[in-house]
Write a protein that binds this ligand. Structure first.
Ligand code: SF4
Length: 226
């Protein structure tokens, strides 16, 4: 598998924020979101080849139960099921971070952390925007993911105006457990996070959705590998 990086840190986002975790970042993502904070992992070639055994061995150098498989977009990797199986055999708690653009059945995944992409993520370049708009939202895939896995749904919020699109997306998916929905400020820097957090906090109070922290931004200003 093409691996961009493996590192030990704290889960920064979602209901497990603050939990020490080993991150395995797989290379490759077709979406090219405007505000993506891991652009260095976009290309399929952006990393080194690892066998599944090498990934598991590298992950096990830390005495840590929690493993996060992220990207890029891990759900487009055909070797993902075997990697998940091997990590589960090593008794790991596995979170998969995904944009929800693809469904794979029967993964031994403990938490499917889904971040459906809103129009606020559309790239400004027209060619990239066309690809992005074509694939950023797959309602059928989202539906199957939430039907088949323990999940959380994290929406990246750029401004209050995103709320109607979030509600519309939830309506289209249907039957979402609203207690599993989180709003997360769009922020690449500490300054941006602190500026937007109060706005998102008010949106959470208004809707009842949970606020998702971004500890990797707050603590390390989005530094790679932290
Ligand atoms: S889906 Fe995630 S990894 Fe892919 S471009 Fe968007 S933010 Fe970046």
């Amino acid at each position: 598998m093409r691996v961009n990086e493996i590192f030990y840190s704290l889960q920064g986002e979602g209901f497990l924020a603050g939990v020490p975790s080993v991150f395995t970042r797989l290379a490759g993502c077709p979406l090219r979101c405007k505000w993506c904070d891991t652009k260095y992992a976009w290309e399929q070639t952006s990393g080194q080849d690892y066998s599944i055994a090498q990934i598991v061995q590298t992950v096990q150098q830390w005495d840590c139960k929690f493993v996060v498989l992220t990207g890029g977009e891990p759900m487009i990797n055909s070797d993902l099921p075997q990697l998940v199986q091997e990590l589960k055999a090593a008794d790991k708690h596995i979170t998969i971070e995904t944009a929800g653009i693809a469904f794979i059945p029967d993964l031994a995944c403990d938490l499917m952390s889904i971040s459906p992409k809103l129009s606020n993520s559309t790239p400004t370049d027209s060619e990239l925007a066309a690809v992005h708009e074509d694939s950023r939202l797959d309602i059928a895939a989202l539906r199957k993911l939430i039907d088949n896995y323990e999940y959380q749904l994290k929406f990246v919020v750029d401004s209050e105006t995103d709320l109607s699109e979030i509600k519309q997306t939830l309506k289209e998916i249907g039957n979402v457990d609203l207690e599993k929905v989180m709003l997360m400020p769009q922020a690449a820097t500490r300054y941006e996070l602190l500026a937007k957090s109060p706005i998102v906090a008010e949106m959470c109070k208004q809707t009842g959705f949970a606020f998702s922290q971004r500890l990797q931004v707050l603590l390390w200003n989005n530094q790679k590998g932290r």
